[in-house]
Design a protein. Structure first.
Length: 109
């Protein structure tokens, strides 16, 4: 079970760190988080990012159902904190994954 959870979390990191169009054979794979790195973070942009993340999970990670997605700006550190509460679609587990999005390095665990 724990290796399955690690696989899911690694899959989510790959999805969120892959720009749309980056994979030539599958240009719709990924998430366009990189397009907002230098944008002003207001309520509308944060809601848009949360929807973008939810859509990427629906299309690319069928093993989970995302219950709660929050994006919190951390202006002092110059990053966004992404928290995803999810449960297994077929397995019985509920977890939360927190990822910082840094402009210069992308997603870091």
């Amino acid at each position: 079970m724990s290796s399955g959870i690690r696989d899911i979390e690694e899959s989510l990191r790959i999805i969120f760190s892959t720009a749309l169009g980056e994979r030539i054979m599958n240009p719709l794979f990924g998430c366009a988080l990189d397009s907002s790195v230098f944008e002003v973070m207001n309520a509308s942009r944060i809601a848009w990012l949360e929807n973008l993340i939810r859509t990427a999970i629906i299309y690319h990670e069928a093993r989970i159902d995302a219950d709660q997605i929050t994006v919190e700006p951390d202006p002092l550190a110059g990053r966004l904190l992404i928290a995803i509460g999810y449960k297994g679609a077929r397995l019985q587990f509920a977890l939360q994954l927190r990822l910082p999005l840094l402009p210069e390095r992308g997603l870091r665990p």
